[in-house]
Design a protein around this ligand. Sequence first.
Ligand code: PLP
Length: 369
Amino acid sequence: MSKITVSKPYLDVKERKAVMEVLKSGMLAQGPKVAELEKRFAEKVGTKYCVALNSGTAALHAGLYGLGIGSGDEVITTPFTFVASANPAIMLGAKPIFVDVDEKTFNIDPTKIEEKITSKTKAILPIHLYGLCCDMDLINAIAKKHNLVVLEDACQSHNAKYKDKFAGNLGNAGAFSLYATKNMMSGEGGLLTTNSEEVMERAKRFRQHGMQQSGDYAYVDLGYNYRLTDVLASIALVQLDRLDKFTQKRQKNAKYLLKNLKGIKGLILPVVEEGHEPCWHQFTIRITSEFPMNRDTFVAKLKEQEIFPGIYYPKPLHLHPQFQKLGYKEGDFPVSEKLAKEVVSLPVHPLLKKEDLIKVVSTIKRLGE
Ligand SMILES: *Cc1c(COP(=O)(O)O)cnc(C)c1O
C-alpha cells in the first residue's frame, strides 16, 4: 500500500538536464538563468517586472522594502497564515496588525480592515491562502481610499486567478515562494512581481547589500544577500513550463473531491466564489462539531489508512510567543482560532492517481457515517 501524502515534488530528467547545463557552464551564482526566470515569470503573471530572490520570505521582505515600508509603520495582515507572512514587517521595524479571516474563504475579512487603519498604517498584505485569491477589488478600494500600498502574499498561489488576472498582478507587488512543497518550486527560492519600476529597482538593490544597480560599489542603504542561484533558477524554469499542466491537474482533482465529498454532515468543503479560479495549493476542509469525531481523531484515522493530510495551520500566529510580544492574546481573532482547530488539508497534488482519490473519498465517507 503506497502512502498518499499531502504534497509530492515532481522532478525528472528535464530538471536534471537543466542543472547539469548550469554546472557545465561554470556559472553557478546569479546569472543568465536568473534573468531568464525573471523575464518569463513576469510574462506569465502579466507584470512589467519580476525580481528573483532566494526565498519567499526574502521576496516579502524585499517587497515591503521596495514599497517603502520602514520603522514605525503598520502593515495589515492576518494571523491565519505561515509565519513568513508577518515577520518581514518586523524585520523592517514595522508592526504587523492582524485582522481576522473570513471563515468561508480562510482569507482576510475585508469588512474588518478599516477599523484597524490608523495614521501609521502604510500597507495591506493580503495572503491568498491555499491558492485562493483574496477579494482584491474590496481590498484595493480600501487601500486607495486610505492611500495604502498592497503587497500580495502569493507564496501559495502561482497561477491562481481573480477576475481573469493572475495572483501577483492584483496589487502593487506580489511575493511568490519556490520552496519544495509549492506549486512551482526549486527547493528554495522566491519571486517578486510588480509593475513599478521603482519597486523593482529598490528590491534589486535590497537583494545585493543595498548596492546601487549601476554596480560601482556604492552602498546607498542597508541590504542583504538575497540572490537566487542559476542552479535553482534552471529548475524553476522547467517547473514554470509544467505549471499550467500541473495546475489543471490540481483543479481536476479538486473538482473530484468537491463533487464526491458533498453532503457529509459536519464536513465543510472549500467554497469558490464567482470570479475566483484557485490553483489549489491546498484543498482544505473543516471538521466541525457535527462530524462524528474531532479533527485530530479524523486525521489519526486517515493516517491509519496511509493517507497523510496536512494541518495548515494548527495555531494562529497571535497565539505564539513571537507575536504575543506585540500584545496579542487569546480571543483576539476568534475565527482564526476556531479554524485552526477544524482545518484539514487533503491531498490534491498533480501526482495523485485516480485510485488515490477514490481511496481518500471512500475513507472519509466511512468516517463520516
Ligand atoms: C511558503 C510561504 C511563505 C514563505 O516562503 P519561503 O520560500 O519558505 O520563505 C510565505 N507565506 C506563505 C503563505 C507561504 O506559504
